[in-house]
Design a protein around this ligand. Structure first.
Ligand code: GRF
Length: 208
């Protein structure tokens, strides 16, 4: 059984997508051991509670520095025997210690087709605003392994989503979540759980 730890900060719609795919039996031999929020009022914690999944809040400001924050998260995930950390709408930055400890065992969902509109300052609705400003016809979402530098790790899955004429950033964000994020994040977890992801340098090979 692969135990996963999910890092959240907001509404938790990606967490919900993972929960739904596990409960539907699409993702097998995986359980969510713990949900950790960087914000005390994240609705994602309510979603965890409704599904009897342990949820907790670990606030970066409670620690003297990023190293202590990393250590607190490492200890929490180790106590819960977590084998894969999933960042699902997580807005805090993790440090070197965390990334070294969980190397190649942290994945993240990003709301654009990396390398477009990613890295520092590109989160939440912001990538969608840039897509519309740039007049792009296609955008999407990316699931990638996490490395120290934001949004740069090997890409696992991407899914493209059409931009419509009358899109606003909010409408586009919702479509990208519905048509891309909520599908490829659970899929990446399933592939990881089935040991079908092989990292070769910057590339990820998916075994059949
Ligand atoms: C999503 O667009 C996700 O891609 C981004 O944060 C947004 C909120 O995600 N990282 P959620 O509803 O909290 O899962």
């Amino acid at each position: 059984m692969l135990k996963i730890g999910v890092l959240v900060s907001g509404g938790g719609s990606n967490l919900q997508a993972i929960i739904d795919k596990i409960e539907a039996g699409y993702i097998k031999d995986v359980s969510i051991a713990t949900v950790v929020s960087s914000k005390a009022d994240a609705f994602a914690l309510e979603r965890a509670k409704m599904h009897r999944i342990p949820g907790t809040c670990i606030l970066k400001k409670s620690f003297n520095n990023i190293d202590e924050y990393d250590q607190a998260l490492i200890e929490h995930f180790e106590e819960n025997n977590v084998g894969l950390v999933v960042m699902a709408g997580f807005m805090s930055i993790l440090g070197e210690r965390f990334n070294r400890h969980f190397e190649k065992r942290v994945i993240n969902i990003h709301p654009s087709l990396i390398p477009a509109f990613c890295g520092k300052g590109f989160y939440g609705i912001i990538p969608h605003e840039h897509v519309l400003t740039a007049g792009l016809k296609v955008t999407g979402a990316t699931v990638h392994f996490v490395e120290l530098e934001a949004d740069t790790g090997p890409i696992i899955l991407q899914k493209a989503v059409k931009v419509e004429e009358d899109d606003t950033p909010e409408i586009l964000q919702k479509r990208v979540m519905e048509q891309a994020e909520w599908e490829i994040l659970p899929e990446a977890i399933k592939l990881f759980a089935e040991n079908r992801l092989v990292i070769e340098g910057k590339r990820v090979k998916i075994l059949n």
